[in-house]
Design a protein around this ligand. Sequence first.
Ligand code: BGC
Length: 367
Amino acid sequence: MTTLGAIGATPRPGSTTKKAFGKTPEGQPVDLYVLTNKGGAEAAITNYGGAVVSLKVPDRNGKLADVVLGYDTADGYVNDKSYFGAIVGRYGNRIGHAQFVLDGKAYTLAKNNGENSLHGGIKGFNKAVWTAKVLSAKDGQSLELSYLSKDGEEGFPGNLQVKVIYTLTDANALKIVYSATTDKKTVVNLTNHSYFNLAGQGSGDILGHLLTIQAEKFTPVDSGLIPTGELRGVAGTPFDFRKSMAIGARIEQDDEQLKLGGGYDHNFVLGRAGDTDESLAARVVEPITGRVLEVWTTEPGVQFYTGNFLDGKSTGKGGVAYPRRSALCLETQHYPDSPNQPRFPSVVLKPGERYDTITTYRFSTEK
Ligand code: BGC
């Protein structure tokens, strides 16, 4: 059973505790929920931006390490520009020229990434205070976060009621169930922006992590990292992760797409097994600790990003710096710029419909 422990209580296996995490610039207090599963793995989540602040999972010897980047207090998230651990919305990744047309009406968004809109705009869902509720779950610890994104917020149409349920299962998986409804036709693309380093946050780069991505194709980009519209085969390119490969093995190759991204920063087109169930999207192995991360999702794409824009300047948890490529992201999603790309799967949500997606980060170990 889920129990909400007292503020400041030491987390015990099979419990969820809540503690103060700081305040927004407007003075609103925000909290940190620490979900501890029966085996002692732990996910700490704040209702500021719905961010996963820390995620402690065992290595092959049972030793826990925190495998995500983040900050010690809410202040870090208020000032953050990297989206560490956050829920990203209303539209994850980029919308070209910060505009799109729905039913003949043009919508203009803030240009917060060159000419383009990135991750929902200036004050995206990552900067919102979510309403949190601890739920009881059979198989782990669950936290429900809700947020009403008002009609016109950051330029998007429709009041969008969003719900995200995080469950840390007793099998060491972090399951994320997203849902949303709207009262006007709109576009939605939600994701979680956790930055993983399976050797432990602050322990060097991720170039030695071994990666598999279940994708035959990816979406090449232009210089603003907007997809050109092409679905390009990965065969014979540094984007072929159909067989396990060290992330750093080809990252410095003389390849136009790698140069444009400063490394990997691309959407992969997932070969999905079914329509509603989650499929395996990617698998990451850290050979020294033996930690394994599998990403399962109902989404058609995943943004593989190698932390190319991290520069070591922001100070993370425990005072550690996060240099370039010290973590990787696997952001499950619809493809970037879908509102302007009629050939990509649709991101339109209409009144009466429900946006429903699931992504699970499953942790395990191998010898
Ligand atoms: C984008 C990167 C961006 C990062 C942090 C990723 O989803 O693709 O280009 O730098 O998020 O905002």
